[in-house]
Design a protein around this ligand. Structure first.
Ligand SMILES: CC(C)(COP(=O)(O)OP(=O)(O)OC[C@H]1O[C@@H](n2cnc3c(N)ncnc32)[C@H](O)[C@@H]1OP(=O)(O)O)[C@@H](O)C(=O)NCCC(=O)NCCS
Length: 208
């Protein structure tokens, strides 16, 4: 069976992924879904419908999905859509940009996206659906749980653990060895010097 993917979302982040797949795997993306029908003209792909389409996508010949929903704070929507698409029998498409560097001694789960100029060092372990946005760095021996978003330019120093669903803001730095819980939100430009418990938002330098 020919691989055929649908893009979930039609916003700015979806546009970035669309551009990548059109360059690297022309024809792979065969349509998009979005919860907001007014976005149907946002991409030069056929509009398939709202997220309800996911339930019949396999019957319509789709094999894969590309999660095109980003986040600026909470990752719940990314996690829910990822799980819904998987439950409906679609496989998550991985994205490893040719300008990214992924160590052979790192492990990466399903459906992870490593965008342009990212770096993942030896001993790093990424769960499923981790979004490593443009220029973000994951140093050696970090554990990044599923559904985490590292926004553009975030730097995660060695031995850090980040719990599932957390969002690390653009340009933030997490100092070596720090432990961040689940659904943590780190503001853009923050420097995290202490451990952060589940669900907490921290920002600033040092982050509080
Ligand atoms: C930290 C953050 C979540 C706060 O969002 P918010 O609750 O909506 O905050 P507000 O914009 O209402 O600002 C509240 C206060 O925090 C300050 N603030 C906001 N973001 C800040 C940041 N990143 N660092 C330091 N202070 C920040 C504001 O200046 C404001 O201060 P004031 O009360 O003295 O005026 C958000 O600003 C942020 O940094 N999100 C991450 C964005 C990101 O990663 N984007 C990349 C997407 S790809």
């Amino acid at each position: 069976m020919t691989n055929k993917a649908l893009l979930i979302g039609a916003g700015g982040h979806a546009g970035v992924l669309y551009s990548f797949f059109e360059d690297q795997q022309p024809g792979f993306l065969a349509g998009f879904v979005d919860g907001d029908p007014s976005k149907r003209n946002a991409l030069t792909l056929p509009y398939l419908g709202t997220d309800d389409f996911l339930a019949r996508a396999v019957k319509e010949g789709f094999t894969h999905f590309v999660l095109g929903v980003g986040s600026t704070r909470a990752n719940g929507l990314r996690q829910n859509l990822y799980q819904l698409a998987c439950e409906n029998g679609l496989s998550p498409a991985a994205l490893i940009h040719p300008s990214s560097i992924l160590s052979k001694q790192a492990t990466v789960g399903k459906g992870c996206h490593l965008l342009a100029r990212t770096l993942v060092q030896p001993g790093a372990e990424l769960g499923d659906n981790v979004l490593v946005n443009s220029g973000a760095i994951i140093e050696h021996n970090c554990i990044i749980d599923s559904h985490v978003h590292l926004a553009p330019g975030a730097v995660v120093c060695g031995g850090v653990r980040i719990g599932s669903g957390s969002h690390i803001g653009a340009g933030a730095v997490i100092l070596q060895g720090r432990q961040l819980g689940q659904r943590v939100l780190v503001g853009a430009g923050a420097v995290v010097v202490h451990d952060v418990p589940d669900g907490k938002t921290v920002k600033g330098v040092p982050a509080r």
